[in-house]
Design a protein around this ligand. Structure first.
Ligand SMILES: *Cc1c(COP(=O)(O)O)cnc(C)c1O
Length: 459
């Protein structure tokens, strides 16, 4: 009898292990209370499987660790800076590298260079830190993503696409006030959904007609490229590396968090083609991040990023990375658990509205669901709903996003298929008991990016 399928396996084996600690339900309840029902405030020693984020949580390769020993910790002109610059040019094609301590450092610098107070920045849904830096530089952010992105049940293959009519309306209504289009690949907040190359090309053409730049959030570009290879006609025989380069060629520059796709534990950069913008950015860099040849990173970190970039665009790596996410997603979907479809590149997003229909959005259903999951098994997830959306910069009122999600984010090269099984079974157990999960009340609300530090109690 033929086998029903041939399984894939990770293109690596394990050389070093880090023991995990199991906890009792009583220990988890105590830890959750201590953390104000916010998974960001849990201590990692109290977490069993940590799916809070895939940011800086990747397992580095033996080559990256070996590279750490080659750290040239010179204040100026470190060898590692030049190796990183070479790889940024080679794999993304941008001419000028401005290193930063992580992605938000790059977002801060480019926002300060390109935005004037009163400007408008359109983008494909928002990312928390990206939008905040644009707003703090004086811009108003306008979401121009296609409507399907806000519908967790839509199976559109490119839910990260920009709606060209919405984009043109922003250009027409704000002449001379749109410095750039903020295009993300993939769109984290929509569930790790990709933008198509056809759409990015059309955005480039439209932006050219209105003399507007396109700045890419390239944090998850290798994952996006893999979806293009799988789903976009004409790209099935192109490598992920080729697709990444083509995407970058359609934009004027990018911000990058090296803690995501580039497989490093810290780091990031801004990269642009325009020499004048690069010079202004490098000048701001010395004020906020560090000298322009380290920008907040140690030499060894720049080396790890340079090597990680190369590893991140290998087809076998990205196939296994997304394959693991898909394995977890397929299980949950087959069990009828409401998740965002299609499954994205970096995690599974539980649809908390459908999961907890008895909890109104003002009682923070996604926050409550993340807490319940931790209580059940010690799996740590993250809220991506009304708490993350925060308050409107002008009215001060809470934003009510259509998507009220819990993100189970899969770190790269860290967990095994058995960890995915344990996670799926915990979600299933919580789903069976969902009527008993209460909403939450916020007892402490920080002013900026409140989701990181807010505290709650059960209602
Ligand atoms: C994480 C992330 C950022 C911010 O990067 P940090 O390194 O956390 O500052 C920006 N955009 C996207 C899409 C991200 O996922």
């Amino acid at each position: 009898m033929p086998l029903p399928r041939r399984s894939w396996a990770e293109p690596f084996k394990i050389k070093v292990v880090e023991p995990l600690r199991l906890t009792t339900p009583e220990q988890r309840l105590a830890a959750l209370r201590e953390a104000g029902y916010n998974t960001f405030l849990l201590r990692s020693r109290d977490v069993y499987i940590d799916l809070l984020t895939d940011s800086g949580t990747s397992a580095m390769s033996d080559r990256q660790w070996a590279g750490m020993m080659l750290g040239d910790e010179a204040y100026a002109g470190s060898e590692n800076f030049y190796r990183l610059e070479t790889n940024v040019r080679r794999f993304y094609g941008y001419q000028h590298l401005i290193p930063t301590h992580q992605g938000r450092g790059a977002e801060h610098i480019i926002s300060r260079v390109l935005i004037k107070p009163g400007d408008v920045v359109p983008g494909n849904m928002y990312f928390t830190t990206t939008r905040l830096h644009q707003e703090m530089a004086g811009a108003r952010f306008v979401d121009v993503i296609i409507d399907e992105a806000h519908d967790p049940a839509s199976e559109h293959p490119f839910k990260g696409d920009i709606d060209l009519n919405k984009l043109e309306r922003v250009f027409v209504e704000n002449p001379g006030r749109v410095p750039y289009v903020s295009a993300a690949a993939t769109v984290n907040m929509a569930g790790g959904q990709p933008i198509s190359l056809a759409n990015l090309k059309a955005v480039r053409e439209l932006a050219n007609r209105y003399n507007v730049k396109v700045i890419l959030d390239a944090t998850r570009i290798a994952e996006n490229a893999w979806f293009i290879q799988q789903r976009e006609p004409g790209y099935e025989h192109r490598t992920v590396a080729q697709i990444v380069l083509e995407m970058c060629s359609l934009t004027d520059g990018c911000t990058m968090s090296a803690k995501k796709d580039p497989l490093a534990n810290i780091g990031g950069f801004l990269a642009v083609n325009d020499a004048e913008i690069a010079a202004q950015a490098a000048n701001l860099l010395v004020v906020y991040e560090g000298l322009h040849t380290y920008g907040g990173m140690a030499g060894r970190d720049m080396e790890a990023v340079a090597i990680g970039i190369e590893e991140s665009v290998q087809d076998d790596h990205i196939r296994a990375r997304i394959g693991q996410v898909q394995y977890l997603g397929d299980k949950l979907r087959d069990w009828g658990i409401p998740i965002v479809l299609p499954v994205g590149g970096h995690g599974i997003f539980l649809d908390a509205r459908a999961f907890l229909p008895h909890v109104p959005q003002d009682h923070y259903p996604a926050q409550a669901l993340a807490a319940a999951l931790y209580l059940d098994s010690g799996v740590r997830a993250m809220e991506r709903g009304i708490v993350s959306a925060g308050r409107d910069a002008e009215t001060g009122l809470e934003r009510h996003p259509k998507l009220e999600l819990v993100r189970l984010t899969i770190p790269r090269r860290v967990y095994t298929q058995a960890h995915m099984d344990v996670t799926a079974e915990s979600v299933y157990a919580v789903y069976e008991d969902r009527e008993k999960i209460p909403g939450l009340r916020m007892t402490f609300e920080p002013k900026l990016l409140r989701f990181f530090q807010a505290r709650f109690e059960p209602r």
